[in-house]
Design a protein around this ligand. Structure first.
Ligand SMILES: Cc1cc2nc3c(=O)[nH]c(=O)nc-3n(C[C@H](O)[C@H](O)[C@H](O)COP(=O)(O)OP(=O)(O)OC[C@H]3O[C@@H](n4cnc5c(N)ncnc54)[C@H](O)[C@@H]3O)c2cc1C
Length: 221
């Protein structure tokens, strides 16, 4: 990741910074620049701390830029982010990144906050009839659940690794994909999450007959 002096950036007042589940927040600023769904911005609170990257979780034409983030208690930036108040200022880089491809009938596979670029694509109306498979540890982390249920209906698949209830598929996305009858090798698959999640999911898809060329990934490191 580049340093602040290698990036174009501005500081913006924070419109809201709300905890939506334990340790998970949505921070919003007014949208004063254009971006492509799937892009990221670098965020920071001071030039001394190198920027961290965050996917934009809003639609291309929305009034606000939303960032969905989780606080890492031993992290450098996120404990500071979570304590920022409305009206405080945040450093935001120009939009970056190339996870912007779109296809009809795409399958989006996300773990945790990795849902953010897919929220942006869906809210921007990019690609017809996507399927979204979201994996989380506990049900409160199904971010944007109501919106996804209403918009995607049966094409919104929730996988929960630590939920006792059978309201959701029980287990990680890889376990779901291993037994899913909806896999079609010619569709495009978009993955977003930790390096481990992306590698395991890609291996699972390849084992199920999906060609490598049909798999795109964004890794949160
Ligand atoms: C393309 C991209 C998009 C991303 N989008 C999002 C998003 O939308 N939402 C989101 O929540 N996150 C996202 N991330 C992750 C985000 O950029 C940060 O990495 C994350 O928020 C942690 O930042 P932090 O400063 O709090 O933690 P950091 O200080 O960066 O530390 C992160 C973790 O690494 C450990 N660590 C730090 N330094 C070392 C070291 N030297 N050796 C071993 N371990 C170490 C820490 O203990 C901590 O657990 C994205 C990352 C990338 C690359």
């Amino acid at each position: 990741m580049k340093n602040w002096n290698e990036l174009k950036y501005s500081t913006y007042p924070i419109v809201s910074n709300t905890e939506i589940a334990e340790g998970a927040y949505i921070l919003s600023i007014k949208r004063e620049f254009n971006f492509l769904a799937g892009q990221v911005v670098g965020l920071g609170v001071s030039p001394d701390i190198p920027p961290r990257l965050y996917s934009i979780a809003s639609g291309e034409n929305d009034d606000l830029i939303d960032i969905l983030y989780t606080e890492k208690s031993d992290g450098k930036l996120t404990p500071m982010l979570s304590s920022l108040n409305v009206g405080g200022r945040i450093m935001v880089s120009e939009p970056l990144g190339t996870f912007t491809n779109v296809s009809d009938n795409a399958v989006y596979i996300a773990a945790g906050t990795g849902i953010a670029p897919f929220i942006s694509k869906i809210k921007s109306g990019k690609g017809k009839k996507p399927i979204l498979i979201h994996g989380v540890s506990y049900p409160e982390y199904f971010y944007f659940k109501d919106y996804m249920e209403e918009l995607l209906g049966r094409n919104y698949i929730q996988c929960c690794s630590r939920c006792p209830s059978d309201e959701f598929f029980q287990g990680r996305v890889t376990r779901f994909l291993n037994q899913w009858e909806g896999i079609h090798p010619n569709q495009k698959y978009y993955l977003c999450g930790s390096a481990e999640m992306v590698v395991d999911t890609r291996d699972t898809l390849i084992a199920r007959g999906v060609p490598f060329a049909n798999i795109n990934a964004e890794i949160y490191f």
